[in-house]
Design a protein. Structure first.
Length: 143
């Protein structure tokens, strides 16, 4: 929540830094471009840092498992110390379903060369189908 508040505050200060009397950020192309540029940079930094942190966590967990196994600790103690990676597997499955559905939606949009609100409707429908597919996959895997 703190990250979101910080991002909104920084974006708000970037918008209000333009000291003009009448400021419409959507009408001013240069300000809109700067806003989109800053937003994309922040999202890319977040994605790269979260990827690196997840990679480091997985590497260190694997290293810890190897050290524990080398010490000869029993299976029950290992299971208590190191919980399974079920959350990461579920998260990966969710992103796979969503990105696949979005790819199918973008393919449909590109075949019909539509524009405007139709693109948004197709994309929203494809994301909804992706979540539905994720739900059915989870239901099938868990039970």
């Amino acid at each position: 929540m703190k990250k979101l508040a910080t991002i909104i505050t920084l974006m708000g200060t970037a918008i209000t830094a333009s000291a003009q009397t009448v400021f419409n950020p959507l009408a001013d192309e240069h300000a809109f471009f700067d806003l989109m540029h800053c937003t994309v940079i922040i999202i890319l930094i977040f994605l790269i840092s979260s990827f690196l942190l997840t990679l480091i966590k997985l590497f260190l967990d694997d290293r810890l498992k190897r050290i524990i196994i080398e010490k000869g600790v029993t299976e029950s103690v290992i299971a208590q110390l190191l919980p399974g990676n079920q959350k990461e597997k579920n998260n990966s499955l969710k992103w796979f379903a969503l990105l696949t559905a979005m790819g199918i939606g973008l393919t449909v949009v590109s075949f019909y060369m539509s524009s405007g609100v139709y693109v948004a409707v197709v994309m929203l429908f494809s994301v909804a189908l992706g979540f539905l597919g994720y739900y059915f996959l989870q239901k099938r895997l868990n039970g």
